[in-house]
Structures are given as C-alpha cells and as structure tokens.
Design a binder for this molecule. Structure first.
Ligand SMILES: [Zn+2]
Ligand SMILES: [Zn+2]
Length: 124
C-alpha cells in the first residue's frame, strides 16, 4: 500500500495495489497542467485508489471529451488522470504526490516527440 497527498495536505489518498504501468507523459497537455517537462503517472485499478481525506477539495478539468484531470482545488496539485474509454477500469495517479517510497520496475515514455529540449537525459 502506498500513501500520497497534495501539496497543502488537504487531500490524502492510498493506493491499495501495486501500480501496473508507470510512464512519463510528455504530451503538451500534461506539460501545461503540471507546469513541468512531463507528468509521471502510474495506473491503478479504480477501486484501488482510495481518498482517505479531503476528496471534497478535488476539482476536475476535462482536457478532452472523456479525459478528466483531477487536482486539489486549494493548492493545485495534479492528482488524477482518468476517463479513457479504452481503460475504463483504470485511473492514473501523478506519482510526484506520493509520500511512500516507490520504485517502479520500469518507466515508459509517452509522446516523446513533444519532449522539451531542456529536460536533460531521460531513460528510454
Ligand atoms: Zn492541496
Ligand atoms: Zn500527457
């Protein structure tokens, strides 16, 4: 089990199972939303992402028809990406918000063509 929280601490969550897939997403929407070179998300079964505190602080933004990005309405931390019809049972959590140590076995890179030049080295 892993614990995570937003920057202000209002929202706290737990991940109840080992995340399946971890990826740095270099798409321009993730860059904008995270204000960063890329977003790093881990996919977990929907039922295994549990908000233990402050779920009422979550706000969401639809970055496309189905994709919903959730963040803390108080501090702006990006937390959740979900709603993909191809992966209806899954949700992705921004692992920069984890408080527990987590060492993924493998990290993929998505939308590499959008990778910014100021990022430095990223393992493929
Ligand atoms: Zn917050
Ligand atoms: Zn992305």
């Amino acid at each position: 089990m892993y614990n995570g929280s937003c920057l202000c601490g209002a929202v706290k969550y737990q991940i109840l199972s080992e995340p399946k897939k971890v990826a740095h997403c270099h798409c321009t929407m993730c860059q904008k939303q995270h204000g960063a070179a890329f977003a790093t998300y881990a996919s977990v079964k929907k039922e295994d992402l549990v908000y233990v505190q402050g779920e009422e602080y979550l706000k969401s933004f639809n970055s496309s028809d189905t994709i919903e990005r959730k963040f803390c309405g108080q501090c702006g931390s990006s937390l959740e990406w979900g709603g993909s019809p191809d992966y209806a049972e899954w949700v992705s959590i921004a692992i920069g918000t984890l408080d527990s140590p987590y060492e993924p076995e493998k990290i993929d890179n998505l939308f590499k063509k959008n990778r910014v030049c100021w990022i430095g080295e990223v393992n493929e």
